[in-house]
Ligand binder design. Structure first.
Ligand code: ADP
Ligand code: MG
Length: 233
């Protein structure tokens, strides 16, 4: 479904991604793991059209994405849940959700999308009038995920959702990811929690120094080998 070929991108004169190629199959959960600074977030920014490509191409179902402005990504069924949650703290939970479906083509579906969000995240329903800034870290992450789902994306991209969450909330988060996958959604998950990410994934990519250093079906991944590679220089 999503296909990157030989992607180079970075920040001005500094190149970060070196010929990154990867695929995320429809209905699958593809995880991209790797240490801090490996270029995972940069890769997601490149997919979302937030960074120009120095080389290579990005396509969804054969349709080129590069060059398409970020605000048009919802039209092709792509949504991203950014690193650090990024909820609007001074808005209520429900207002945050509404922001996830601001596009005119989604507005007509607002009531049913809100209902679906509250069905998936019951705690958000209880807190719908509460300011997002007063949510716990786990609740804010769930809100960020729910907001990402408001445009009913075919492809949901999630950047380090488990960061800073308690073990209990990490469990809850991975249950939600498994449920979304069960719904047939295509998911690209960036994680540093390698064991959990591999556990829920269909395919695993390991990035290091801006390159893909391993690509393997999750069922074939040896965590031991993965950790050796992970910490190798
Ligand atoms: N806005 C930026 N300007 C310049 N360099 C950046 C910027 N954001 C990230 N980088 C650099 O790009 C590299 C990859 O960062 P990032 O993609 O955030 O890694 P990861 O998400 O894997 O931790 C790092 O060396 C980082 O310092
Ligand atoms: Mg990152």
């Amino acid at each position: 479904m999503l296909e990157l070929n030989g992607v180079r991108a970075g920040y001005g004169a500094i190149n970060v991604l070196w010929d990154v190629s990867l695929k995320a199959g429809a209905g699958q959960l593809t995880t991209i793991i790797g240490p801090n600074g490996a270029g995972k977030t940069t890769l997601l920014r490149a997919i979302m059209g937030l960074l120009p490509l120095g080389a290579g191409s990005i396509a969804v179902d054969g349709q080129r994405l590069d060059g398409r402005p970020t605000w048009k990504m919802a039209d092709v069924g792509i949504a991203m849940v950014p690193e650090g949650r990024m909820v609007f703290r001074d808005m209520s939970v429900e207002e945050n959700l509404i922001m996830g479906a601001y596009h005119p083509s989604h507005r007509a579906h607002m009531p049913e999308r809100l209902e679906a969000a509250y069905a998936m995240f019951p705690r958000l329903r209880e807190r719908r009038r509460q300011l997002a800034g007063s949510l716990s870290g786990g609740e804010a992450q769930m809100l960020a995920m729910a907001r990402g789902l408001m445009s009913n994306p075919r492809l949901l991209i999630v950047d380090e959702p488990s960061l800073g969450l308690s073990p209990l909330l990490v469990n809850e988060l991975f249950e939600v990811l498994a449920r979304l996958k069960g719904e047939g959604r295509t998911i690209v998950l960036v994680e540093q929690n390698t064991a959990r990410a591999v556990g829920v994934a269909d395919h695993v990519y390991l990035m290091q120094g801006g390159k893909v250093v391993l690509s393997q079906p999750a069922a074939e991944v040896s965590l031991e080998q993965l950790h050796e590679l992970y910490f190798a220089r």
